[in-house]
Design a protein around this ligand. Structure first.
Ligand SMILES: [Zn+2]
Length: 331
């Protein structure tokens, strides 16, 4: 089987077969850039790609969220999971990933038979994140050290919903997380039977409108500052969801706050102050999930992208020594 060429740029951009660049900027003659999802470490130098008239490929949700988050995207093409599009000499396919809404793995295949897979961000490999086999795997070792293990990952969703339900019995709840994760949590709360109205600041509100227009059911949600939202807030029974950088701001007296964090390995739920809780809700597989993913992809060559990894060298060493993968490169 022939090999597709892979080059990783300094900004984390992945160039495959000199035909597409993924999640960073780089020179490719076809001028196609794939954005796997809207998190800022995957949209680096997007403005450069747009300025150079690159066509932006992404899922429907990703392409509709990018402008809400302030990116201009120029010419774009939305791809559904599983559909293939020809770019130069290769085919590009987006594969579903369980991370934030719209996230995709990228499979590049050539007519000569080589297959390159970029994992992007994911959790629940083999369950929410389908796994495809590829000769070459490009992976971000977000939790690349063997100590980055969360024993409670399987129950964290239930614990979060239970905590919010319990706190709602005392009054309103403020939840803080990254863009996209907030939408995942909203879905989780609704499927867990929480029907309190959501109050959302403008960006989150707009993002939610977009996912709803693409078929997601979000239930009752209101724009913070609107008359309806003010009324609901006076009643004192609602869930306010905002970006994690706003977690330090003052909240109304007597309300509880929940801060979502991926960097907690000891305890799933930790009480920080009388009314603040830390919940170890991550959108990434831990170390064991990453290793499982790699074993199922069955690659003969692996690139670990340093720009988006924590413990890239340790992860690479593990792949070589424990999994016996001979060609492992940290770039
Ligand atoms: Zn991400």
């Amino acid at each position: 089987m022939s090999e597709c060429s892979v080059r990783i740029e300094k900004d984390g951009g992945i160039i495959v077969s000199n035909s597409v660049v993924i999640d960073g900027h780089g020179d490719v003659p076809t001028r196609v850039r794939v954005v796997t999802h809207v998190h800022s470490d995957h949209t680096v130098n997007l403005a450069s790609s747009v300025r150079s008239s690159y066509r932006i490929f992404g899922t429907h949700i990703t392409l509709s969220w990018l402008p809400v988050l302030g990116y201009s995207i120029g010419s774009s093409m939305s791809l559904s999971y599983g559909s293939r599009v020809k770019v130069g000499d290769i085919y590009v396919e987006l594969v579903k990933s369980h991370h934030i809404p719209g996230t995709a793995q990228v499979l590049v295949e050539s007519e000569r038979g080589c297959r390159v897979l970029y994992s992007s961000d994911f959790k629940k490999p083999g369950v929410g994140t389908p796994i495809v086999e590829a000769d070459t795997l490009v992976v971000d070792a977000v939790y690349g050290r063997p100590s980055y293990v969360r024993e409670f990952d399987d129950v964290i969703e239930v614990l979060l919903v239970d905590l919010v339900r319990q706190l709602l019995s005392e009054g309103s709840v403020y939840i803080y997380g990254y863009y996209g994760k907030i939408n995942e949590v909203m879905e989780l709360l609704r499927s867990g039977g929480i029907d309190a109205p959501f109050v959302l600041p403008p960006k989150v509100y707009m993002m939610t409108k977009k996912v709803e227009s693409l078929g997601s059911r979000v239930g009752d949600y209101l724009l913070a500052g609107s008359r309806e939202a003010e009324e609901v807030m006076r009643d004192g029974w609602y869930v306010y969801l905002d970006h994690t950088t706003r977690a330090q701001r003052r909240v109304p007296r007597g309300t509880n706050s929940v801060v979502l964090s991926g960097w907690e390995f000891e305890k799933p739920v930790r009480k920080l102050t009388t009314r603040t809780w830390h919940v170890a809700f991550s959108d990434h597989s831990d170390f064991r999930g990453l290793i499982y993913y790699v074993t199922q992809v069955r690659p003969s060559r692996v690139y670990v992208v340093k720009a988006r990894s924590n413990g890239a060298e340790e992860f690479a060493a593990y792949l070589t020594k424990k999994l016996g993968i001979r060609e492992v490169t940290v770039v």
